[in-house]
Ligand binder design. Structure first.
Ligand code: AMP
Length: 560
């Protein structure tokens, strides 16, 4: 079975295409969103999702979050005495989604369409694909998040012919896509984004405001307290969806701090983030060769678009109200639709989806400045926002007399200087020595729908050719390494699925106990002792009933 997965910075979720429509898949707790958090507890037991998120509050050094931002890099995360790369952590989230989907659908799930920010570069995309493989999923297609969201949005009404801008502000990334729907064709005109801008940055600003108001130096807080401030800021931020001022409450070093946070003041503090958002929007519209007034519809996606500051900004900029779509689930629904298109399901097999490449791909060349040749110039071969799949060829000539080799550097990026762009690899070919400019090579870049770049360099005079497929440079895992990681993960101890609900409850209780004081602590302590007693009895029905009672007690305390 093939499923669509939105592997998000903050939350992830899966969906499938069944009975003519996308269907969201609930996780083991009956929820659609699984937090993208991984932890390893003191006993070496692996926690993923909701329980890892709970555990992370009291044990921040044993948990990893927001690792999507480090995909495709060499950064490692230390969880207790274990070390993981981002693609391994992502693989654990994917595996958890896969297991939940198998349970829900009642059949093995072996293939997936996974979404990535449109602005992910080659290494980040490849790392995502590898995360899928480590989780035991064959990745059939990598789809851009905003494209997936637009697919979910646009297919509701097939007769639509309009230009639509998808504004996707998630937990850690910001993505913009401009698409046109025409009959059954969904054409992407431009994508742009910022991989380091998201809801978490808005939370950080609120946390900073709170510390300033209470004259607390951020350096004076340990990791646990920093996490508490961030958690309180997150709750306070989400409340702005309903009110203009929100109370931020937090227990710090035994003292209960309460500060009223004002939306207007917060908006002013967020201005630098809004300016960054504006720049990305302007660039995408320019790339699509459009004017603001030619955009028919704005679709907001990603949890952070719930923030009134962001909505207000969009309304002001575009002079109209955005379309409503469920910002949390749109991407997963779109990924599921892509599964349907891939499997050529009756209802949607006619849909044609064209996408673009998000970055310019090129090579380094020498250029004459009138006096002598200068190196380090960038020659774009495939310009950003070209419709894919695409194949383009450029011819380069020898730069010196008696040159016997030509080195073709494969670069990705927008800078005029070759050295400022991302190096994806290189190809060296021999050429017969001769006068400068006599020998030449044809360089062909081919970029496919899964963002795989193939480069062929052919020496014109000898016909010698070399080919490489960019697979993620230094971060590439070999087949054997993928296998080794798969085994490493399968050796990690995990809670049995049916015990996970109880584990989550106990973790929540431990966190609440630390956060509360006085009588609430006594209530929590008593309730947890009773629950632990019931757990020892091993009577399933009784445990379920006691669990519900305990959750209700916690809800009451947290709701105060
Ligand atoms: P996503 O990656 O799409 O799941 O988005 C997660 C981001 O959305 C996080 O930074 C959340 O803080 C943010 N978010 C979720 N709900 C709200 C809300 N009601 N108001 C403001 N931000 C929200």
């Amino acid at each position: 079975m093939l499923i669509g997965i939105d592997l998000g910075t903050t939350n992830s979720l899966a969906a499938c295409y069944r009975n003519g429509r996308p269907e969201l898949i609930p996780n083991r707790f009956g929820k659609y969103l699984t937090p993208s958090v991984v932890a390893v507890d003191d006993f070496g037991v692996l926690l993923v999702g909701e329980s890892a998120k709970e555990y992370s509050v009291l044990h921040p050094l044993q948990a990893a979050k927001v690792f999507k931002r480090s995909m495709g890099t060499d950064r490692v995360y230390h969880l207790g005495d274990k070390v993981f790369r981002s693609e391994e952590l992502s693989a654990m989230v994917l595996r958890s989604l896969k297991e939940d989907a198998e349970k829900y659908l009642g059949c093995p799930v072996t293939e997936a369409v996974i979404s990535v920010p449109a602005y992910f570069n080659e290494f980040q995309r490849k790392a995502t694909q590898q995360a899928g493989e480590i989780a035991g999923l064959q990745v059939q297609r990598i789809i851009n998040e905003p494209t997936a969201a637009a697919l979910a949005y646009g297919l509701g009404d097939k007769d639509k012919d309009e230009r639509c801008l998808v504004f996707d502000l998630g937990g850690g990334t910001f993505d913009v896509s401009i698409l046109e729907f025409y009959k059954n064709i969904v054409e992407v005109h431009a994508v742009a984004g910022d991989n380091f801008l998201g809801g978490e940055d808005f939370t950080e600003i609120l946390a900073k405001m709170f510390l300033e108001k209470n004259v607390i130096a951020p350096e004076s807080l340990d990791q646990k307290n920093k996490n508490r401030v961030m958690k309180a800021a997150e709750i306070c931020k989400c409340r702005f969806a309903e009110t203009n001022s929100s109370l931020m409450t937090i227990q710090l070093n035994g003292e209960l701090l309460k500060t009223e946070m004002d939306l207007a003041e917060y908006e002013t503090a967020c201005q630098p983030l809004l300016d960054r958002i504006r720049k990305v929007l302007e660039r995408s519209i320019r790339d699509a060769d459009l004017k603001l007034s030619e955009i028919d519809r704005i679709v907001l996606v990603g949890g952070a678009t719930r923030l009134p500051i962001v909505r207000k900004f969009v309304i002001k900029l575009f002079g109209g109200f955005p379309s409503s779509i469920d910002p949390d689930t749109a991407v997963a629904q779109g990924a599921a639709l892509q599964c349907g298109i891939k499997e050529r399901e009756e209802e949607i097999r006619e849909i044609v989806l064209t996408d673009v490449c998000p970055f310019t791909l090129g090579t380094e060349v020498n250029k004459s400045n009138g006096v002598f040749d200068e190196s380090n110039h960038y020659l774009p071969i495939i310009q950003r926002n070209t419709v894919i799949p695409v194949s383009r060829t450029e011819t380069l000539y020898t730069a010196h007399d008696n040159q016997s080799r030509i080195l073709v550097k494969i670069l990705q990026g927008e800078s005029r200087l070759a050295s400022n762009n991302l190096s994806l690899g290189e190809i060296l070919v021999p050429v017969p020595p001769g006068p400068k400019g006599k020998e030449s090579v044809e360089i062909t870049y081919t970029y496919d729908v899964n963002s795989l770049l193939e480069v062929v360099v052919k020496v014109v005079s000898t016909g010698i050719s070399r080919k490489t497929v960019i697979q993620g440079g230094n971060t590439k895992l070999s087949e054997q390494e993928v296998q080794e990681r798969l085994e490493k993960l399968s050796y990690l101890k995990q809670n049995p699925r049916d015990e996970e609900t109880n584990r989550l409850l106990l973790l929540r209780g431990e966190r609440l106990y630390e956060e509360c004081t006085g009588q609430d602590r006594e209530i929590i302590d008593q309730a947890m002792m009773e629950f632990e007693q019931v757990l020892k009895g091993q009577d399933r029905k009784e445990i379920e009933r006691a669990g519900k009672r305990l959750a209700k007690t916690f809800d009451e305390i947290e709701g105060r």
